[in-house]
Design a protein around this ligand. Structure first.
Ligand code: FES
Length: 133
């Protein structure tokens, strides 16, 4: 199974991971998961902006605003709280990105969701406004 080394994910970078959710059930579906650190903690969300159903990094290879205060969809600029996934832009205000349980174990980033199968890991990328990973 592909994995993501924890050291590859710095405070200023993000990675995306293709997964199969509900992998052992008829509801199994592919998804792309966004993984990043924010203020020292690890977060993961299904990389799907509810506005027009695009990945947050669909237009630019970036998922944060320049100050790195908000997660930001590169399509129309909607912003989300990094630690809750809640949207703070009109139209979708109050809706949230789907959180995915994630942890750091033995130097690896590990998903803690039942029936989640990792399909492919895309390398960590530096976020704008910070140092490169
Ligand atoms: S698709 Fe994300 S802001 Fe429009």
């Amino acid at each position: 199974m592909p994995n993501l080394p924890a050291e590859a994910l710095s405070e200023t970078s993000f990675a995306t991971v293709d997964v199969l959710l509900h992998s052992q059930t008829p509801r199994a579906r592919r998804a792309n998961v966004l993984v990043f650190r924010y203020r020292g903690r690890l977060y993961a969300y299904v990389n799907h902006c509810m506005h027009m159903h695009r990945p947050l990094n669909c237009q630019e290879d970036a998922v944060f605003d320049p100050e790195r205060r908000w997660l930001r969809c590169s399509m129309h600029g909607f912003i989300f709280e990094p630690d809750t996934g809640i949207c703070r832009s009109p139209v979708c205000e109050g809706q949230a990105l789907q959180a995915v349980k994630v942890a750091e174990e033995d130097g690896l980033i590990v998903f803690k969701e039942k029936q989640l199968q990792v399909l492919a890991v895309h390398a960590a990328k530096a976020a704008p406004g910070g140092e490169h990973a």
